[in-house]
Design a protein. Structure first.
Length: 291
């Protein structure tokens, strides 16, 4: 455990060793963004993983970030719609995040939820945020310390009463109109599907025309649960790396953020995530989708 100034990030990813070396540092905030899913395709359901965080353990000092409720817009007809600035500020502030914080996010799966929260932070102009490469799976498998039980909110501690203000929202999100312009060629962009099509169910509507599939299952190493090396990622994303703009999507806009993370690591700076993804795209009439 170390104390001192907030650690400085040099990459969108940090290793488990980096995090172990910096746990306890002043202004370091570690967030568990895990979400658990059940079902496939249109029958998929999502629930916060707070119980698993408390009962099965988490990285020492980590706080649970609820992507299902706190970091998604309320009262929408699509899951995981990105929050507005006011809601984002409140959710981050409640977790003890200030504008001076360094934030590291992880989850207990292959990284789609931590990447989603990382993308939300970046979209609101907060760059001192990184994803734990390999997440809780790699941390636990390496035999690193794990804590069980709930932690009190930092907002209850007198030292954490600093304000947190979001920056101006960056153009890191695509809507359906933007995707349609990519499809008809009026505003070209490479369209990347980040989820394995088998997870979408056996009887689903057509994908977005012109899609190039580069699934998270391919870019995450199955043994380490970490992203593959940049040279391997570059080979996998070779079909789209030369595109001026890239839009990633998946079922609801979570796995798409892992592809966006990989593209950011590779240096592509014009990537957008289709917020709502296929859950939004498939709301059109089938004959319109197929045309």
């Amino acid at each position: 455990m170390v104390c001192g100034m907030a650690p400085v990030l040099t990459s969108p990813l940090v290793s488990t060793q980096w995090l172990a070396d910096h746990l306890g540092a002043d202004d370091l905030v570690v967030l568990d963004a895990s979400v658990h899913t059940a079902g496939t395709g249109f029958g998929t359901r999502w629930s916060p993983a707070r119980d698993a965080y408390e009962q099965h353990g988490h990285i020492p000092g980590a706080r649970y970030a609820d992507l299902v409720h706190d970091f998604s817009a309320p009262d929408t007809d699509l899951p995981f719609t990105r929050p507005g600035a006011e809601q984002f500020e409140l959710a981050a502030r409640t977790l003890g995040v200030t504008n001076e914080s360094t934030v590291v996010v992880y989850d207990d799966d292959i990284g789609e939820w931590s990447a989603r929260l990382w993308w939300i932070f970046r979209a609101f102009g907060f760059d001192s945020v990184a994803v734990l490469d390999g997440g809780f799976v790699k941390w636990r498998d390496e035999g690193r310390p794990v804590r069980v039980g709930a932690l009190t909110s930092r907002a209850d501690e007198p030292t954490a009463q600093q304000a947190f203000l979001a920056g101006e929202e960056r153009p890191l999100w695509a809507d359906r109109a933007r995707v349609e312009r990519a499809v008809d060629g009026t505003q070209p962009a490479a369209l990347v599907l980040a989820t394995d099509e088998s997870t979408l169910g056996d009887d689903h509507a057509p994908l977005v025309p012109g899609t190039i599939p580069i699934s998270v299952g391919r870019i995450v190493d199955q043994e380490s649960n970490a992203l593959r090396r940049p040279a391997v990622l570059a080979d996998m994303f070779a079909p789209v790396l030369d595109a001026d703009e890239i839009v990633t999507y998946c079922g609801v806009g979570s796995a798409a953020c892992v592809d966006a993370l990989a593209l950011t690591i590779l240096g592509h700076d014009r990537v957008q995530v289709y917020d709502g993804s296929l859950a939004d795209w498939w709301r059109r009439e089938p004959e319109t989708i197929a045309s």
